[in-house]
Design a protein. Sequence first.
Length: 113
Amino acid sequence: MMAESKIAAVAITTGATGIFATGSISAIDFGWMRPLVEFGSFGIIAFAAVYILMKVAPAFITHLDRARDAFISELREERMMRQKNFDVLTEDLHRIDKSIQSLERSVTQHLNK
């Protein structure tokens, strides 16, 4: 994807340079070739735009899809880990509650004697 991006950037830069060169005041007189040079420069820019749409955009969309899938996977893993921690904490609280109830019964029995 980087190579395609660089090719498109170079093509756009080349086309823009051609357009600015023919449009500047200090440009040499191209004469009858001036429209041809300008048309070629616009053609290079049009080629770069189509190239971006055909090569760079799909690769970028694929990259975004992979990043989204990886993010969703990480979220699932974190969710599972939080659920596991929650279950462990709940079990510990139940165990503490049972211990407190057992201790309360023991104290109550001891006091009733």
